[in-house]
Design a binder for this molecule. Structure first.
Ligand code: BTN
Length: 270
């Protein structure tokens, strides 16, 4: 990371406590200066009995984890790198819904706090224009059909100005988009407020699935996509997202297919 980011200030837990307006989310708040991954730390705390709604935030991650086995670049003081511990009473099949609604919640928080036109790249990246601003990685522990705990890891590029070369063309931050330094503590309270609301709504009736709001904010829909299936690449147009979060793609041969995970390349977005 280049030294353009040296103006950054330290996260102030006291300020967060003053602003926080959630019922449960973040009331148990664990702040760590530097850790391998907040997801790993949250899983350890879960095994030691930490409560539903615990939030673990690190100023810096030495081994931040991304989806599909990738690394998540988490420089000191530049972003919000945190994990949420949940103990929901739903089936393991319904967990992907939690990830999708968390993406929706972060998207809504960004729109509310910055007025930027944040959108969702299916399933749960938050983007501005054609660049990524936030990624989410969910991990869970379940025995047969019962969930023990779920850890939802959220990484938001907030005040980053310089990205590593490999992601410089694909990533952006709130500071880059607004031209202003964002107050991380204030912004985090908006994010946690939206996440609490979206997750409670989803958990109150998981069978209702993904909301219309998600569809309205999903930038993937209406675009040409390439879906990788084993050794095959299937081309088509993303048409909608089903209530359980699968992407419906109409292939160039006119056949609808359901995509529930893996890599989808969206034309025009990184
Ligand atoms: C992605 O690849 O888009 C998911 C990135 C998730 C990154 C966050 S940062 C906080 C939490 N801890 C991790 O190690 N990963 C997640």
């Amino acid at each position: 990371m280049k030294n353009e980011n040296i103006y950054l200030t330290e996260f102030n837990q006291q300020k967060l406590k003053e602003y926080l307006n959630t019922i449960q989310l973040g009331r148990n708040f664990v702040y760590i200066e530097s850790v391998d991954s907040t997801n790993t730390q949250a899983k350890l705390l879960a095994q030691q009995g930490a409560t539903n709604g615990t939030v673990v935030l690190a100023e810096h991650q030495t081994n931040g984890k991304g989806r599909l086995g990738r690394q998540w670049c988490s420089p000191k003081g530049a972003g919000l790198w945190f994990s949420i511990l949940l103990r929901p009473q739903i089936s393991p099949m319904q967990i992907s819904g939690i990830t999708l609604v968390t993406g929706l919640a972060v998207c809504k928080a960004i729109r509310k706090y910055t007025k930027l036109n944040a959108l969702i790249k299916w399933p749960n990246d938050v983007i501005i224009g054609n660049k990524k601003l936030c990624g989410i990685l969910t991990e869970m522990s379940a025995k047969t059909d019962k969930i023990d705990y779920v850890v939802v890891g959220v990484g938001i590029n907030v005040n980053t100005l310089e990205f590593d070369e490999e992601i410089a063309q694909k990533a952006t931050s709130l500071k880059k988009e607004t031209g202003k330094t964002i107050n991380r503590e204030e912004f985090l309270t908006v994010v946690l407020g939206e996440i609490e609301e979206c997750i409670s709504l989803y958990l109150s009736n998981p069978n209702n699935g993904i909301s219309k709001e998600y569809i309205q904010l999903c930038a993937t829909l209406g675009r040409q996509v390439t879906v990788s299936r084993g050794n095959n690449n299937i081309q088509g147009k993303a048409v909608t997202v089903t209530s359980n979060g699968d992407l419906v793609v109409e292939t160039n041969e006119g056949k609808p297919i359901l995509v529930n995970s893996g890599e989808v390349i969206v034309q025009g977005i990184y």
